[in-house]
Design a binder for this molecule. Structure first.
Ligand code: ADP
Ligand code: MG
Length: 363
């Protein structure tokens, strides 16, 4: 075949494929937009694993009619305006790709209002094109609905798992953002039933209680540390609270939910010798770092980030967690007898009952 430039309808689908690979990625992008708009209340409704319907309603700073149309153009964003801004991102979004991508793989409606004194703008899009434009009423804020996700993409649809699994991924995304923003009231309705509800009272411990239960929440230890560049805050579990998977590790960089193996390794190192093999703690940690110290533009869905100084971040996390554990009251440190499969002697058990954590570490 001769070389040629692909037509826009093909390139838009290719671009959309990078941003939206499953219903949970639509939810993630819409949530990030609501949070960037300063919402304090966000409701997410999904049906049939998000394939039939995803609706995100917020009370943030909405758009006027003109802005609402621009929002669906590729690379339209209110969050950056120059190359220089790319080095100092302090919003969750910045690429201007989410809305056009979602609109090219689903039927989308947007109802948005900037103020309580004007009419709201309503738009309906099919195949990325605006097909209905109306004035409607709505208090300030934005509602975006995506229906029939991947209806015209049987190949993508085939890769989706059951509705239950897809809803699970969605619940995970909402949970992570609920942990990152304890001041925001989140509601998740799955097929009409409340799946998750947070109070938005600003207390991380309340969110943890709503997600992981009161008992875990009460036991969690406060992590707080600050050096000149890296500030850490969150909650971490005492060794008595153990999980069999790493899915209870939540890391946020400037409140952006990220996956990062370096941070997971720092946790492993901090808990070394305190947990049985194959067991993991519950950690919710926000890393506040100057935006120029982290590159958030390395992954299409922004789930991965790159730190300028990996070593400094690793050390800061490991140290903050270790110091938290060392300061923890002894009652929080009930070590199970069978550390790494080795039964402890009676003497060791007695030592465990009385010893301080540094002693435990040497056993
Ligand atoms: P980005 O978030 O990268 O800017 P998006 O495609 O996600 O790109 O959104 C485009 C623009 O639409 C945003 O920059 C913002 O101005 C506007 N927008 C999207 N969602 C909302 C919302 N829920 N509330 C207010 N404005 C929104
Ligand atoms: Mg966005």
């Amino acid at each position: 075949m001769p070389i040629k430039v692909l037509p826009p309808e093909v390139t838009s689908k290719i671009a959309a494929g990078e941003v939206v690979d499953r219903p949970a990625s639509v939810v993630k992008e819409l949530l990030e937009n609501s949070l960037d708009a300063g919402a304090t209340q966000i409701t997410v409704e999904v049906q049939n694993g998000g394939v039939s319907l995803i609706r995100v309603t917020d009370n943030g700073n909405g758009l006027d009619a003109r802005e609402s149309e621009i929002a669906f153009l590729r690379h339209a964003t209110s969050k950056i305006s120059s190359l220089d801004d790319l080095e100092h991102i302090n919003t969750l979004g910045f690429r201007g790709e989410a809305l056009p991508s979602i609109a090219s793989v689903a039927e989308v409606e947007m109802l948005t209002n900037k103020s309580s004194t004007t009419a709201a703008a309503y738009l309906r899009l099919e195949n990325g094109e605006i097909v209905v434009k109306e004035k409607r009423s709505r208090p300030p804020g934005t509602t975006i609905t995506a229906r029939h996700l991947f209806r015209n993409f049987p190949a993508r649809l085939k890769f989706l798992k059951s509705a239950t699994t897809e809803s699970g991924h969605i619940a995970n995304v909402v949970s992570q953002y609920a942990l990152a923003f304890p001041c925001v009231k989140f509601n998740l309705l799955v097929d009409g039933k409340v799946n998750l509800r947070t109070s938005g009272d600003g207390e991380l411990r309340s969110t943890v209680s709503e997600l992981y239960g009161l008992e875990t929440a009460q036991k969690m230890l406060i992590v707080e540390s600050s050096d000149n560049l890296i500030k850490l805050n969150g909650l971490t579990s005492p060794p008595a609270v153990q999980r069999s998977s790493r899915s209870y590790l939540s890391f946020f960089v400037n409140r952006r939910y990220v996956r990062n193996s370096l941070l997971a390794r720092a946790v492993d190192t901090a808990y070394q010798g305190l947990l049985m093999t194959g067991r993991h703690p519950v950690v919710i940690l926000n890393i506040s770092i100057p935006p120029e110290e982290v590159d958030v533009n390395v992954h299409p869905t922004k789930i991965e980030v790159k730190f300028r100084n990996n070593n400094a971040v690793f050390m800061a996390v490991e140290k903050a967690l270790r110091q938290t554990l060392e300061k923890a009251p002894l009652t929080a440190i009930q070590i199970t007898a069978d550390q790494e499969g080795q039964a402890l002697s009676l003497w060791e058990r007695a030592a465990l009952a009385t010893a301080a954590l540094p002693v435990l570490r040497t056993l």
